[in-house]
Write a protein that binds this ligand. Structure first.
Ligand code: DC
Length: 236
């Protein structure tokens, strides 16, 4: 069976990772959460006092320490989930806090951080049969990906989904606080100099405001089978 690369980009909290994860599982592909990698760098910065009280990042110091920052993924055969490791330690909980949400866009706009993460992502995905989600996967990391999706959804729906996720982890915020954080991150992600979030010319927009998980996966699996047919025809 033809193996392809699937790039899923889009705004914050649109359900990119939920879709990417179940897609990877259905296809027997690897899943790479590129956002988790930037989040792990943010955790490193927090743990090493590189973030001041006003959330100002000690950028030069972080760049100097980048070769001490090792981000990787490991499949846990017991929980059957992929864990994000920072210098060999599982940081799945630490990367999903509001504190990290508040600084991660800024961390990901640092050129040297992006260069290091993008190189890692290309290495991890070089053999295809992979689903990656993020902001610049289809435009920068794998511009030749066979299938590119650009995800979006209504702000209130996205804020509610993120709120539910945070609450399920015992973190309580208001709808407005979460919505504001999403808007700020989207602004930062679309306006930064280095590989900003933009829709690739050949990406298919998926607005999932009114779609449940099953409908989304069904839609994308249909696209995948069409795509595979297409790549096979082109090769012959
Ligand atoms: O998908 P996420 O919310 O976990 O991503 C966290 C942050 O990382 C997000 O604010 C933007 C940034 N990011 C990026 O710049 N490029 C990527 N490929 C993935 C994420």
């Amino acid at each position: 069976m033809q193996k392809i690369t699937i790039a899923i980009d889009g705004y914050s909290s649109c359900g990119k990772s939920t879709l990417a994860k179940s897609l990877a599982q259905k296809l027997g592909y690897n899943y790479i959460d590129t956002g988790a990698m930037y989040r792990a760098v943010a955790v490193y910065a927090l743990q090493n006092n590189l973030i001041l009280k006003n959330n100002k990042i000690l950028v030069n110091e972080l760049i100097l320490q980048l070769d001490k920052v090792e981000v990787s993924f490991s499949f846990n055969t017991i929980t059957k989930t992929t864990e994000t490791l920072l210098n060999g330690v599982n940081v799945d909980k630490e990367i999903r806090t509001m504190q990290v949400n508040d600084i991660v866009s800024k961390i990901s706009s640092i050129k040297e951080v992006r260069e290091k993460m993008v190189a890692l992502q290309r290495e991890m995905g070089k053999n295809k049969a992979v689903v990656l989600d993020g902001r610049d996967v289809g435009t920068n990391v794998f511009p030749d990906a066979e299938l590119k999706l650009f995800m979006t959804a209504d702000y209130d729906v996205r804020a509610q989904r993120r709120l539910d996720e945070l609450q399920s982890k015992g973190q309580y915020f208001t709808h407005d606080e979460v919505k504001q954080n999403l808007m700020t991150r989207d602004y930062d992600d679309t306006h930064r100099k280095e590989n900003p979030l933009i829709k690739a010319k050949d990406a298919i927009t998926l607005d999932n405001t009114d779609l449940n998980k099953e409908q989304q996966i069904e839609y994308v699996l249909k696209l995948v089978s069409e795509m595979k047919l297409l790549t096979t025809i082109e090769e012959n």
